[in-house]
Write a protein that binds this ligand. Structure first.
Ligand code: 16Z
Length: 480
């Protein structure tokens, strides 16, 4: 009896311990097709990606010919999705390519405008969900080669942007409404024909990387399809093949699922890909949400239009809105990618040209607070965002306090701000020490010049005293 009691006690004890452990430990499932790597990529190509700050997205295809209208009717959805609209027969859409003749297209001009905006990388839709290819693919007839325009648009863009010093990435959709083997969901009888689609996808990706060796990476889309999610082994092998073919290639987390169907993060919570590719028309609210990963945010100018829609309705973002998002992204270690949807004639619309110009003018003065900058482990303040590069801290101000004082708070033994000035004209600003708060953190106010009213976001540069009472860690970026 006593032996049995002892046995039960010991058993209960063991069970308690292991249950406790199971709760605190990360899940650990053996995966064949999970993340290839744990933690950040630290090679030169990825370092370069990390320093971009600002990018340009280009959505261009035959949907630009329709421009969000068909038969005089207005399509309220995203213009690049018009083929899925009941009012537009598929046959009409699938013949739009016959009218695709963007004689105004000038890759050098687009690239110049993007460079003047301050974009360091560009992502071009080589093939959107409709399946229309902007390059001369030999694996389908549904390409720009069969249009009156004929010219290889991807080639011209890769060359022109690369010449401007802008890195090029290829958007590629694994949804393809034009390919006979494509399925969104696989019924048993579809499995065989879907194999032809998988081979087609592989062929096209190898074709793209071979034809355009200058590109830096791939930006995948449409990978949420149930049929694709089931292809964990295929996609995993394909990823390795593409990486071997193109050393340094950058692929985000929106390419493949693990064998349990988990996307972006595998069943163990590890990121699958070189950066988190999930922030779309939406930004993280706080740094905690990005889990110390690299990430990008792709953003539309109106609420939800990627391809050209001739009639934008609803709120259209201003350059100050977009600059705010850009700085917010960089302050949390992300890149901000602004979308452009050129029209069916090959012209970038006047609203986008104006925004590019305004953003570019701002970047010329303030780009130092963006390029190569990263997160700062300082408490977020209401006036705007902190970014950091080497020993400098940048405070980009969007909300000017009525008292003209920009507050910052440093940890107990943190570095002390020793010098502050306006980035635009180098005017020195007074630093007022304001004691400590209840957490024993030091408070400082940076005093703006009397009557200062810039009417635009502006940057204050801060240098800190590295000697004296500090632990040297206060301004380091969070652990990476
Ligand atoms: C069903 O919701 C969707 C599906 C696809 C919303 C957007 C998209 C596509 C857009 O057409 C655009 O290319 C965006 C980047 N992508 C996710």
């Amino acid at each position: 009896m006593r032996t049995r009691n002892l046995f039960l006690t010991v058993l209960a004890f063991i069970l308690t311990i292991s249950a406790g452990e199971a709760q605190t430990k990360r899940p650990s499932v053996t995966l064949q097709h999970g993340a290839h790597r744990i933690g950040k990529r630290m090679d030169a190509d990825m370092q370069r990606w990390r320093e971009y700050g600002l990018g340009q997205f280009l959505h261009w295809g035959v949907y630009a010919v329709a421009g969000g209208h068909w038969n005089g009717k207005y399509y309220a959805g995203a213009a690049e999705w018009i083929r899925s609209w009941n009012e537009m027969p598929h046959e009409d859409y699938d013949n739009l390519y016959r009218q695709f003749n963007p004689t105004g297209f000038n890759a050098a001009q687009w690239a110049k405008q993007a460079a003047e905006m301050g974009a360091k990388y560009m992502i071009i839709t080589t093939k959107h969900h409709d399946g229309f290819c902007l390059w001369h693919s030999k694996y389908t007839n549904y390409t720009v080669a069969r249009t009156p325009f004929k010219r290889d648009i991807v080639k011209e863009l890769v060359d022109a942007y690369t010449k401007e010093g802008i890195d090029v990435y290829l958007y590629f959709s694994v949804i393809d409404w034009n390919h006979p083997g494509y399925r969104a969901i696989l019924r048993e009888e579809d499995r065989e024909v879907y194999e032809t689609f998988k081979q087609f996808t592989r062929n096209q990706l190898i074709e793209l990387l071979t034809a355009f060796p200058k590109v830096k990476g791939l930006w995948f889309d449409g990978t949420w399809d149930k049929a694709w999610v089931e292809q964990a082994a295929f996609a995993d092998a394909l990823e390795s093949e593409l990486r071997a073919l193109h050393p340094g290639l950058i692929i985000g987390s929106r390419f493949r699922a693990d064998e349990y169907g988990k996307r972006h993060y595998d069943s163990n919570g590890d990121l699958m890909g070189d950066y988190e590719q999930g922030w779309e028309r939406n930004l993280p609210e706080s740094f905690d949400e990005v889990r110390h990963n690299d990430w990008d945010c792709v953003m539309t100018v109106p609420e939800n239009q990627w391809g050209y829609h001739s009639d934008w309705r609803g709120y259209v973002k201003t350059s100050h809105d977009l600059i705010n998002m850009l700085v917010k992204c960089v302050s949390m270690n992300g890149n901000f990618v602004l979308n452009f949807g050129p029209d069916g004639k090959g012209n970038i619309r006047q609203e986008e040209t104006k925004l590019a110009k305004e953003i570019g003018e701002w970047m010329k003065i303030n780009g130092e607070a963006i390029y190569g900058c990263s997160h700062v482990d300082l408490k977020k303040q209401d006036w705007g965002y902190f970014t950091r590069k080497q020993d400098k801290i940048y405070m980009t101000v969007f909300h000017l306090p009525v008292n003209g004082l920009l507050t910052l708070e440093t940890p107990k033994d943190g570095n002390i701000p020793s010098k502050a000035w306006l980035l635009s004209d180098k005017r020195t600003l007074e630093i007022i020490s304001a004691g400590r708060n209840k957490n024993n953190h030091r408070l400082y106010h940076i005093a703006l010049p009397e009557g200062f009213s810039p009417g635009a976001p502006f940057v204050v540069v801060l240098e800190t005293d590295k000697d004296g009472q500090n632990d040297g860690n206060a301004y380091q970026p969070a652990k990476i």
